[in-house]
Design a protein around this ligand. Structure first.
Ligand SMILES: Nc1ncnc2c1ncn2[C@@H]1O[C@H](COP(=O)(O)OP(=O)(O)OP(=O)(O)O)[C@@H](O)[C@H]1O
Length: 234
């Protein structure tokens, strides 16, 4: 079974003369454990593609299937609990970390677990373990303002992975980082694809960050115009 199946996905913002087709007829599948990059210039539709798959942005046309569940077929399927699916199946990593400023690193990760009904002590152990595996064991009780950009982004990654989602969607996760921290975040995502068997879709406009990805989609003007595989190097 595929982790993500997208068939003729189209997203049009607005109506009439001001309508913008941000994504047109995108079709592809991603297997569990696959790491896929979406590359393309600003405004080409990368974020729209991700938010449509991430059940945030209702597709105008086409089908979206997440982990075997059809969630959109010419619009959201009524009766499906999108919030629950998002919570249980998806991990979202944004360009800026979006950590909750008044919670510590540990608490930021625990919140994600508690929303999924993991109790206090269990949530604490799992969050601690995750943060330690990301070399943040010494930062558990720090607030986001006391973390470096790379550390905060790793906390956000821990939070996105806390519930072992089948699908991880990352929108420019390295944009706020220097090259070295950016490469660290990418290699972390790679190892998590392997260990958790999650499908990972990463939007970027930085060619240097996509070494070792299984596949690379080129997006231009709302269309997937090309696909390269892992021997891509730049
Ligand atoms: N909420 C919205 N309402 C109207 N138009 C939108 C909206 N969001 C995006 N667009 C338009 O859709 C197109 C694709 O935008 P999108 O943000 O998906 O591109 P992107 O490739 O992610 O860009 P960037 O790399 O700059 O983040 C652009 O023309 C944009 O102006």
């Amino acid at each position: 079974m595929y982790a993500i199946e997208v068939e003729k996905l189209t997203k049009i913002y607005g109506k009439g003369e001001t309508a913008v087709t941000a994504i047109a007829d995108a079709s592809f599948q991603v297997k569990p454990g696959e790491l896929v990059a979406i590359l393309g210039p600003s405004g080409s539709g990368k974020t729209t593609l991700l938010t449509s798959i991430g059940l945030i942005n209702e597709p105008t046309h086409g089908t979206v299937v997440i982990d075997g569940a059809t969630v959109a077929d010419e619009g959201w399927i009524t009766g499906i609990d999108l919030k629950r699916l998002r919570r249980e199946k998806l991990g979202f990593i944004f360009q800026h970390h979006n950590l909750i400023p008044f919670l510590t690193a540990l608490e930021n990760v625990m919140v994600a677990l508690e929303i999924n009904n993991l109790s206090g002590q269990e949530a604490k152990s799992r969050a601690t373990e995750l943060l330690e595996s990301l070399n943040l064991g010494h930062r558990l009780n720090n607030y986001p303002t006391a973390l470096s950009g790379g550390e905060a982004q790793r906390v956000a990654i821990a939070r996105a992975l806390a519930n072992k989602p089948k699908v991880i969607l990352a929108d420019e996760p390295t944009a706020a980082l220097d090259t070295e921290n950016g490469k660290n975040v990418m290699s972390l995502l790679k190892s998590l694809a392997v260990e958790n068997h999650s499908a990972i879709l990463v939007v970027t406009h930085d060619h240097r960050m996509v070494e070792g990805f299984d596949r690379i989609f080129q997006v231009s003007d709302g269309r997937i115009t090309g696909e390269e595989n892992s021997d891509y190097n730049n």
